[in-house]
Ligand binder design. Structure first.
Ligand SMILES: [Zn+2]
Length: 177
Protein backbone atom coordinates (compact mmCIF):
# COMPACT_ATOMS: atom_id res chain seq x y z
CA UNK A 1 0.00 0.00 0.00
CA UNK A 2 1.37 3.40 -0.91
CA UNK A 3 0.77 6.09 1.61
CA UNK A 4 -0.37 9.57 0.57
CA UNK A 5 2.61 11.82 -0.07
CA UNK A 6 1.93 14.06 2.92
CA UNK A 7 2.15 11.11 5.31
CA UNK A 8 5.31 9.78 3.69
CA UNK A 9 7.00 13.14 4.13
CA UNK A 10 6.08 13.13 7.78
CA UNK A 11 7.54 9.66 8.16
CA UNK A 12 10.85 10.95 6.77
CA UNK A 13 10.98 13.75 9.33
CA UNK A 14 12.05 11.44 12.05
CA UNK A 15 12.66 13.58 15.08
CA UNK A 16 10.75 16.19 16.92
CA UNK A 17 13.03 18.80 18.48
CA UNK A 18 14.25 17.65 21.87
CA UNK A 19 14.91 19.67 24.98
CA UNK A 20 17.87 19.26 27.28
CA UNK A 21 15.58 17.95 30.04
CA UNK A 22 14.07 15.30 27.74
CA UNK A 23 17.52 14.15 26.67
CA UNK A 24 18.90 13.94 30.21
CA UNK A 25 15.87 11.94 31.36
CA UNK A 26 16.27 9.44 28.51
CA UNK A 27 19.67 7.92 29.33
CA UNK A 28 19.42 4.18 29.86
CA UNK A 29 23.02 3.21 30.58
CA UNK A 30 24.41 5.70 33.06
CA UNK A 31 23.47 6.86 36.53
CA UNK A 32 21.05 9.73 37.09
CA UNK A 33 23.97 11.79 38.40
CA UNK A 34 26.00 11.16 35.24
CA UNK A 35 22.99 11.96 33.08
CA UNK A 36 22.59 15.25 34.91
CA UNK A 37 26.23 16.27 34.44
CA UNK A 38 27.08 15.04 30.98
CA UNK A 39 27.49 17.41 28.08
CA UNK A 40 24.32 18.10 26.07
CA UNK A 41 24.61 20.27 22.94
CA UNK A 42 23.90 23.96 23.54
CA UNK A 43 22.61 24.45 20.02
CA UNK A 44 19.61 22.13 20.22
CA UNK A 45 17.38 24.77 18.64
CA UNK A 46 19.62 24.85 15.56
CA UNK A 47 19.91 21.12 14.93
CA UNK A 48 18.46 19.93 11.59
CA UNK A 49 15.72 17.88 13.25
CA UNK A 50 13.80 17.23 10.04
CA UNK A 51 16.82 15.39 8.68
CA UNK A 52 17.70 13.44 11.81
CA UNK A 53 16.83 9.87 12.66
CA UNK A 54 18.76 10.19 15.86
CA UNK A 55 20.63 12.95 17.64
CA UNK A 56 24.29 12.17 18.13
CA UNK A 57 26.99 14.34 19.60
CA UNK A 58 30.48 14.37 21.03
CA UNK A 59 31.55 16.02 24.24
CA UNK A 60 33.82 18.89 23.10
CA UNK A 61 35.63 18.75 26.47
CA UNK A 62 36.16 14.98 26.42
CA UNK A 63 37.01 13.55 22.99
CA UNK A 64 36.41 9.96 24.09
CA UNK A 65 32.79 10.58 25.03
CA UNK A 66 29.89 10.44 22.63
CA UNK A 67 26.16 10.30 23.09
CA UNK A 68 23.09 9.58 21.08
CA UNK A 69 19.34 9.88 21.56
CA UNK A 70 16.71 8.15 19.46
CA UNK A 71 12.97 7.69 19.67
CA UNK A 72 12.01 4.01 19.36
CA UNK A 73 8.41 2.88 19.58
CA UNK A 74 7.45 6.30 20.83
CA UNK A 75 10.00 6.36 23.65
CA UNK A 76 13.16 8.42 23.70
CA UNK A 77 16.27 6.47 24.62
CA UNK A 78 19.72 7.94 25.04
CA UNK A 79 23.06 6.14 25.25
CA UNK A 80 26.35 7.22 26.76
CA UNK A 81 29.24 5.92 24.64
CA UNK A 82 33.01 5.73 24.91
CA UNK A 83 35.11 5.92 21.78
CA UNK A 84 38.68 5.05 21.08
CA UNK A 85 40.50 8.38 20.80
CA UNK A 86 42.57 7.98 17.68
CA UNK A 87 45.42 5.56 17.18
CA UNK A 88 47.07 3.87 14.22
CA UNK A 89 43.86 2.23 13.01
CA UNK A 90 42.24 5.57 12.32
CA UNK A 91 43.31 5.94 8.72
CA UNK A 92 41.85 2.61 7.67
CA UNK A 93 38.72 2.69 5.61
CA UNK A 94 35.87 1.26 7.56
CA UNK A 95 32.12 1.16 7.39
CA UNK A 96 29.59 2.52 9.84
CA UNK A 97 27.43 -0.36 11.01
CA UNK A 98 24.40 1.89 11.31
CA UNK A 99 24.25 3.78 8.02
CA UNK A 100 26.75 1.70 5.97
CA UNK A 101 28.79 4.76 5.00
CA UNK A 102 32.49 4.05 4.43
CA UNK A 103 35.00 6.59 5.69
CA UNK A 104 38.75 6.89 5.79
CA UNK A 105 39.30 7.33 9.49
CA UNK A 106 35.82 8.64 10.13
CA UNK A 107 34.43 5.58 11.87
CA UNK A 108 34.97 4.88 15.55
CA UNK A 109 34.36 1.92 17.76
CA UNK A 110 31.73 3.21 20.16
CA UNK A 111 31.27 1.22 23.32
CA UNK A 112 28.17 1.42 25.50
CA UNK A 113 28.06 0.12 29.03
CA UNK A 114 25.05 -2.15 29.27
CA UNK A 115 22.04 -0.92 31.18
CA UNK A 116 21.25 -2.07 34.70
CA UNK A 117 22.98 -4.89 36.56
CA UNK A 118 24.83 -6.17 33.50
CA UNK A 119 26.48 -2.78 33.13
CA UNK A 120 27.38 -2.61 36.81
CA UNK A 121 29.12 -5.96 36.33
CA UNK A 122 31.22 -4.37 33.60
CA UNK A 123 29.45 -5.66 30.50
CA UNK A 124 29.40 -3.49 27.42
CA UNK A 125 28.56 -3.66 23.74
CA UNK A 126 30.31 -1.89 20.90
CA UNK A 127 29.65 -0.94 17.31
CA UNK A 128 31.57 0.89 14.60
CA UNK A 129 29.69 4.14 14.04
CA UNK A 130 30.37 7.36 12.09
CA UNK A 131 32.72 9.33 14.36
CA UNK A 132 30.64 12.50 13.99
CA UNK A 133 27.39 10.56 14.61
CA UNK A 134 25.93 12.21 11.52
CA UNK A 135 24.59 9.00 9.92
CA UNK A 136 21.28 10.70 9.15
CA UNK A 137 23.03 13.33 7.02
CA UNK A 138 25.20 10.81 5.14
CA UNK A 139 22.16 8.69 4.36
CA UNK A 140 20.37 11.73 2.95
CA UNK A 141 23.42 12.91 1.01
CA UNK A 142 23.54 16.11 3.09
CA UNK A 143 27.05 15.40 4.31
CA UNK A 144 29.72 13.99 2.04
CA UNK A 145 31.92 11.09 3.12
CA UNK A 146 34.18 11.46 0.06
CA UNK A 147 34.82 9.16 -2.89
CA UNK A 148 33.35 5.70 -2.37
CA UNK A 149 31.65 6.79 0.81
CA UNK A 150 28.21 5.70 -0.13
CA UNK A 151 27.36 2.42 -1.80
CA UNK A 152 25.49 2.78 -5.03
CA UNK A 153 22.14 1.37 -4.08
CA UNK A 154 18.83 1.10 -5.84
CA UNK A 155 16.74 1.18 -2.68
CA UNK A 156 14.90 4.36 -1.83
CA UNK A 157 15.93 6.96 0.70
CA UNK A 158 13.07 5.85 2.92
CA UNK A 159 14.39 2.30 2.89
CA UNK A 160 17.91 3.47 3.70
CA UNK A 161 16.55 5.50 6.59
CA UNK A 162 14.51 2.56 7.85
CA UNK A 163 17.55 0.32 7.64
CA UNK A 164 19.70 2.78 9.60
CA UNK A 165 17.04 3.09 12.30
CA UNK A 166 16.68 -0.70 12.42
CA UNK A 167 20.43 -1.08 12.95
CA UNK A 168 20.36 1.54 15.67
CA UNK A 169 17.34 -0.08 17.33
CA UNK A 170 19.21 -3.40 17.38
CA UNK A 171 22.22 -1.71 19.01
CA UNK A 172 20.02 -0.03 21.64
CA UNK A 173 18.32 -3.37 22.30
CA UNK A 174 21.72 -4.97 22.95
CA UNK A 175 22.51 -2.24 25.46
CA UNK A 176 19.19 -2.50 27.29
CA UNK A 177 18.65 -6.26 26.87
ZN1 LIG B 1 26.94 6.17 10.14
Amino acid sequence: MRLPKSIRQISLARMKPLTEAEIRAAFVNCSKGEAKRLSVPRDLADRPWDDLDYLGWRDPQAPDRAYLAVELDGRLKALALRTSAGGPGQARRSMCRLCLTTHSGGVSLMVARKAGRAGQQGNSVGAYICSDLACSLYVRGKRDAGVGGRLHETITLEERIERTVAHLAAFVAKVTG
